[in-house]
Ligand binder design. Sequence first.
Ligand code: NAP
Length: 354
Amino acid sequence: MTPRVLITGATGFLGRHLLQALHAQHTPAAALVRRASAWGSEPWHGEVGKVQLIEGEPLATESWRSSAALGGVRSIVHAAGMVRHTRSAPEEMLDFNVRGTLNMVQLAAQLGARLVFVSSSGTVGCFRSPDIRAEEDAPYAEALSGRWPYYASKIRAEREAKALAERLGVQLSIVRPPVLLGPGDHRRRSTGYVQKVLDGKVPVVPSGGMHFTDVRDVARALARLSEIDAPRPVYHLPGTASTLREFFAMVTEVSGAPVVERPLPRWAALGLAQIANLGGKLHPALPDPVVLEMATCFWGLTSLFAHELGYQPRPGRQTLCDTVNWLRANPSASHGTTARRRRSAVVQHVSPGV
Ligand SMILES: NC(=O)c1ccc[n+]([C@@H]2O[C@H](COP(=O)([O-])OP(=O)(O)OC[C@H]3O[C@@H](n4cnc5c(N)ncnc54)[C@H](OP(=O)(O)O)[C@@H]3O)[C@@H](O)[C@H]2O)c1
């Protein structure tokens, strides 16, 4: 069948779930992948139905933008993105996240398709206090999250994509999810923190917050968005917001992992980050200074429109249970031993509402 939706980032955590969601709603999809020959060895490729593969990269569209497979594409979901929470060598990420998105606007104009751009809640929903929530029309959080290269790249990508889409007459929808958790993060880029708690490798509890949602619910909302009439320019997909202390406690509760207790006050986190930013060496168990700074902030998000996408995130504990179960059942090479030891402790699903 001729693909109606083109996905970038199809080999990532969100991308694989998005392909599954499109398959479930019978929407034929094409996927832009760096190496088509590697597709068959993706452990999940059998779960996403028949996908038309297009080999290429968002930064080099000349080689693939005339592909016959794009003929029936009515929506592009641009989920490819680089996520690095550090100030070291940000150029590649900035270039990929901004220019890659602008190229997708150009492609959408060429195909007469709409573009759905997967951005991040942190472009607007980052605060020093836990009580504030950003709605879809909130201003960019440049003074806070704009200091960190990843969010700066997403803010710039959003702004420039919007301006270009207006100029070229492309229908653009920007989607801002918080941290994605759930099963199937085969590269462990998104669920790394949960894994660290399971491994007892979180030495301190910073003073800030966490906001996460379920990758499967986001994928379903994106699949819906790719097909509805008259989509809105921005959608927030909020999930479960808490302090980091509460988040670690939830992971501990659903997994039986050791409790993380030692608090790291805001002044101490910022002091350590400052030392590292000035070239000082931190204890190896401590994360990058950007992560320390981020861990003093709160991530407030709310939505006026997410219900129009049928978005109703499942309870956070359910997502955490499924994340923990999946991580334990699928140990990465470096976690094999720990996981084998703990496999017997696979947790029970928590019923919705618990
Ligand atoms: N995960 C989260 O918590 C979260 C939260 C909010 C927003 N987001 C956004 O959601 C999107 C998907 O995130 P994810 O968690 O699925 O990320 P992921 O698992 O790291 O997957 C990233 C995808 O982008 C592709 N990609 C990365 N760098 C590339 C490059 N230089 N050239 C070509 N392709 C490249 C990867 O291709 P390869 O497989 O070939 O590397 C992969 O398909 C991203 O835009 C991210 O910013 C994620």
